[in-house]
Design a protein around this ligand. Structure first.
Ligand code: HEC
Length: 260
C-alpha cells in the first residue's frame, strides 16, 4: 500500500521535471542564435563592446561571441577600410564588415544594427573609464578641426529652448515643463526624414496658426490671430535650430512616437 502511494506522488513530479528540462534544454538550443565577432585588442580594451553588445543581443536575440582570430569571425570591426564606416575615435574610423561567403543573416543583422540610429546612439552613449568616447557623426567629425569650430550649436540650443521649448522637450533640462503629448526633439530625431520635417515645421500642424518665418510666411490674418503667443523666426534661426537638432541623440525606438 505504501509503495502505491509513493508512486502516485513521485510519478507526476518526475514527469513535470522531465518536461521542464526538455522544454528548457530543447527550446533554448533550437533558438540559440549566435555570431562570432572579431575586433583588435585596442578596441575591446576600451570596453565599448561590453557596452553595446548586450544591447544588440537583447534587441535581436542573437548572442555575440568574440572570435580569437579574424579568420574565425562572421563580423569584423577594424580600421582597415572595408565594409561600412561604423564609428570614429579621434581621427580613426572603425569599419564593420561581414566576412566569408556563407556569412549568416545574423552577421548582416549586426552590421545593420551598428550602423542604424539605435546602434549609433548605443555607441555614442559609451564613455570609457578614462573618458574616451566614440562619434558616429561622420559628416561633422570628418571636417577639419578648423571647420568643426564653426559648428557651434549653443545658439541653436538657445533659440530652440526659447521658441520650441514651451511644448517640446529640447533636452533633459526642460522635459518636466513641457507638454507630455508633444514629441521631444530626441523622439523627432528618430525619423529618417527629421531634417525635412524641421525645415518645414512652420507648415506642419499645429505650428502654422502661431508661427511666422520672416519673408516666407503670410502674415496672420486679422480674423484669426494666433491662439497662443506667436513664434517669429528667420530662416537663419531655423538653420541654427536644425544644426542643434542634428547632434541630438535619437531616442531609443521604444519611445518612438506616432504623429497624427
Ligand atoms: C505650442 C506648442 C508647440 C510649439 C511652441 C512648437 N511645437 Fe512643434 N509640435 C507641437 C506638437 C503638439 C506636435 C505634434 C503634432 C502631431 O502629433 O501631429 C509638434 C510636432 C513638431 C514636428 C513634427 C511635425 C510633423 O508633422 O512631422 C516638428 C519638426 C516640430 N514640431 C518642430 C518644432 C520647432 C522647430 C519648434 C520651435 C521653433 C516647435 N516645433 C514649436 C507643438 C509645438
Amino acid at each position: 500500500m505504501k509503495k502505491e502511494n509513493d508512486k502516485i506522488i513521485i510519478t507526476p513530479f518526475v514527469w513535470v521535471l522531465t518536461t521542464f528540462f526538455l522544454l528548457l534544454g530543447g527550446g533554448s538550443w533550437a533558438e540559440q542564435k549566435h555570431i562570432a565577432l572579431y575586433a583588435p585588442d585596442s578596441l575591446t580594451g576600451t570596453g565599448v563592446l561590453k557596452h553595446i553588445l548586450p544591447r544588440f543581443s537583447l534587441k535581436h536575440n542573437i548572442r555575440v561571441g568574440l572570435a580569437p582570430i579574424q579568420a574565425q569571425a562572421d563580423v569584423v570591426l577594424s580600421r582597415q577600410k572595408e565594409g561600412s564606416p561604423a564609428f570614429q575615435s579621434g581621427s580613426e574610423i572603425w569599419y564593420v564588415s561581414v566576412q566569408g561567403e556563407g556569412a549568416s543573416d545574423f552577421a548582416e543583422t549586426f552590421r545593420d544594427w551598428i550602423t542604424s540610429d539605435i546602434g549609433k546612439s548605443a555607441i555614442e552613449s559609451f564613455v570609457s573609464s578614462d573618458g574616451m568616447t566614440f562619434s558616429t557623426q561622420f559628416d561633422v567629425a570628418l571636417l577639419t578641426p578648423q571647420e568643426t569650430e564653426l559648428v557651434d550649436v549653443t545658439l541653436g540650443h538657445q533659440i530652440a529652448m526659447k521658441n520650441c521649448g514651451r511644448c517640446h522637450a529640447i533636452d533633459e533640462t526642460n522635459r518636466k515643463k513641457t507638454i507630455g503629448s508633444t514629441p521631444s526633439f530626441a523622439a523627432l530625431r528618430t525619423f529618417q526624414d527629421w531634417e525635412i520635417r524641421f525645415e518645414a515645421f512652420f507648415t506642419l500642424n499645429p505650428h502654422p496658426s502661431f508661427t511666422q518665418i520672416e519673408d516666407v510666411s503670410e502674415p496672420f490674418s486679422e480674423g484669426s490671430p494666433p491662439p497662443i503667443s506667436p513664434i517669429f523666426l528667420t530662416l537663419e534661426e531655423l538653420d541654427e535650430i536644425i544644426a542643434y537638432t542634428r547632434q541630438v541623440i535619437p531616442a531609443d525606438l521604444g519611445q518612438r512616437i506616432q504623429l497624427n
